[in-house]
Design a protein around this ligand. Structure first.
Ligand SMILES: NC(=O)c1ccc[n+]([C@@H]2O[C@H](COP(=O)([O-])OP(=O)(O)OC[C@H]3O[C@@H](n4cnc5c(N)ncnc54)[C@H](OP(=O)(O)O)[C@@H]3O)[C@@H](O)[C@H]2O)c1
Length: 232
């Protein structure tokens, strides 16, 4: 069974790939990120003998996503799980930001997951057993974040997209999950909070473990909700 992971070259995506490689649920992992070097570094961290496929791909190349997904299906013969973990932020206040900032943020955080989901569902609906999709939103999408307008609003859109598709895709036995992590020690978080001590906040492997629990073969009750992952 094949699990496709975006954002797999760093942070939460890499930690999720590492944790997934230790588990029995999926025997093939497809790792997507823009840089083949960071994907190769992730591959080195993986455990056990699974089939690992690396795809260096810019997710804003929407026109090429159908081919990417088709290639994955041809190579793996199934797509059982999709983890939309890739994300982007360039925090700017309203009066100093631009439409470009808003567009780029929505492209990576909303439009890319939308196109990937649409293309994967074409194949997932053929699966014998329930398929799973999980989107990584953010607590920024549920409570106000002054100065983070594009990021926060894009994550709110992703929460809504997840909940809508959870209902819409039920007829294909596809479960759609949404998690919203709080502050987690990654490069993206560094952009949002440059002065924070990242050693005292949640670490990527803590989020990765929960993501793997949710898309495991034993979990069928927590889809359709926005699940907050926050360390006190
Ligand atoms: N860290 C937090 O506090 C926090 C909290 C809530 C939610 N999140 C969410 O968690 C997810 C993972 O982020 P992270 O915190 O782990 O930060 P990260 O290490 O900076 O990861 C972001 C990932 O997104 C990928 N990405 C960005 N633009 C892309 C594009 N155009 N095409 C393909 N991949 C692209 C990056 O890949 P490249 O290496 O190819 O650039 C990178 O692997 C994001 O959705 C983020 O919004 C993070």
């Amino acid at each position: 069974m094949t699990c496709v992971i975006t954002g797999a070259g760093s942070g939460i995506g890499r930690a999720t790939a590492v944790e997934m490689s230790r588990r029995a649920d999926y025997d093939t992992l497809v790792l997507i990120g823009r840089h083949s070097e960071t994907l190769a570094e992730t591959k080195i961290c993986l455990e056990n003998k699974k089939k690992i496929i690396l795809k260096a791909f810019d997710l804003t190349d929407f026109g090429a996503i159908p081919i990417l997904v088709q290639d994955i299906f041809m190579e793996c013969e199934n797509i059982q799980c999709l983890l939309n973990i890739a994300g982007y932020t360039e925090p700017q206040a309203l009066l100093t930001t631009s439409l470009e900032n808003m567009k780029t943020t929505f492209e990576v955080n909303v439009f890319a997951p939308f196109v990937l989901i649409r293309e994967c569902v074409r194949f997932m609906r053929l699966n014998d057993r329930p398929s799973k999709i999980l989107n990584v939103a953010s607590t920024a999408g549920v409570t106000a974040r002054p100065g983070w307008l594009s990021y926060a609003s894009s994550k709110a859109a992703l929460v809504s997209l997840s909940q809508t598709l959870s209902e819409e895709l039920a007829e294909y036995r596809i479960k759609v999950y949404c998690v919203s992590p709080g502050r987690c020690a990654t490069a993206l978080r560094k952009k949002l909070a440059p002065d924070e001590d990242q050693t005292v906040i949640m670490q990527p492997d803590e989020v990765g473990r929960i993501i793997c629990d949710l898309v495991s073969n034993d979990e069928y009750c927590l889809d359709g909700q926005n699940i907050i992952i926050r360390k006190k």
